[in-house]
Ligand binder design. Sequence first.
Ligand code: NAI
Ligand code: MG
Length: 484
Amino acid sequence: MTLTALGIAPDQCLIAGHWVAPANGARLVLSNPSDGTALCDIARGDADDIDRAVLAAQGALAGDWGRGTAVERGRVLARIGQLVLENVDALAQLEALDVGKPLTQARADVIALARYMEFYAGSADKLHGETIPYLDGYTVYTLREAHGVTGHIIPWNYPMQIIGRSVGAALATGNACVLKPAEEACLTALAFGELAMRAGLPAGALNVVPGLGAEAGAALTAHPGVQHISFTGSVGVGKLIQRVAAEHVVPVTLELGGKSPQVVFEDADVDAALPFLVNAGIQNAGQTCSASSRILVHESRYEEVLSKMADRYRGLQTGPALADLNVGPLVSNRQKEIVDGFIAQGSDLEIAARGSIVADAPAGGAYVAPTLFAGVAPEHTLAQDEIFGPVQVVIPFKDEDHAVAIANGTKFGLVASCWTKDGARQMRMAKKLRAGQVFINNYGAGGGVELPFGGTGLSGHGREKGFEALYGFTTLKTVAAFHG
Ligand code: NAI
Ligand code: MG
């Protein structure tokens, strides 16, 4: 059966290179969001397991892993990437069952995970310091050093991609990791741990402890042996983590989602934009930190864009992950309730179109039909809050200044895009849009692992992905030698 095809022990933790039962023996049930049935038990790790994992990570740093060279770290990451690619089907199946992701989208995540390993494998021996001209008789240079033990608290929406970007960069720079996957979906995190061991990653360099946020997650954040925390998830938990990390003055990288706009100007190539306008809202059933949930359209093209988007929406099919349709279930019935609640808050608005849920979708699945709202006021809840479901709002604007005001008019700032043929406007918009990534005449750029990513405002701070992440996962030491 696919759950054990990769050799994982779903109800155990990976600590110090071994699969071990959680110290308290407690378990959680993982469910299949496509039909609501139980998939398997997972470990309900707690503070004792986190403690064991941090000790194991410290042991790795004191041993072979800490003494290893950048070249060796690169090689082991490359082998992990190779094993990920060799197991693409099994990993995609696992993710589809666990997260509810349509198979094609799950497969794309596996490929992205492999790409992260390849990218960070290649970067490991290319990160270097500088020499700095200084006073007579001195030689001054900088060293980029690992933080030590890094904590990685990840969500359920893109486990493999987020492991790739955070654990990949942390290992490349010589940190030892404790990974706390989400209680809703943790199977590919366990599989990744198994593949990393098979690739020869020294024991303790990566430990995986599943469990609840308030237990294992909180214990990891508060652990005095952790020197850096990267977190992707909700704004509320991000604030909490930053507060707790302040106790030990530990740096945090927070990626907290957004309300990302696409701005369609009067001269846009609407037909080229159309697939991006819709896909960016419904990919992974809208449960994407960089989902584009707001479509801003110049009033002269508003009716056209709305009717073309509505046509696409009417063709969207929602159903079980393994049926591999446009949209799968949400990750859980809890998440479905949140999203249904948002849709209910739009009862005063016009629904331009909805996609369909296939007739044979199991009743226990967490299905929400994609929903497109028209003519939404920029200050409406649906245009301000992160919904994290297959819901988009279309908002008309009058001119460039108006578009910028609306686009920047939320507390978030993760991603933004503009569609225009006017080169000067492209340059102005790139500067004016408040976001960590701006796309011109595209959205997402294929998700490139090479592209630094992160937010401003409530979207968080710090950058992951690309070479930039290597700076975040290291600390800079300046060495000033006096030799006369
Ligand atoms: P969450 O923020 O509670 O969960 C994310 C991770 O944080 C999980 O691993 C969880 O176990 C852990 N966590 C929870 N409480 C913690 C604590 N006190 N200390 C340490 N770790 C803790 O997000 P949740 O509840 O799954 O989703 C709620 C909303 O958050 C979504 O509707 C969405 O708006 C947003 N979200 C954003 C994500 C993004 O990609 N930026 C990912 C997931 C959720
Ligand atoms: Mg939560």
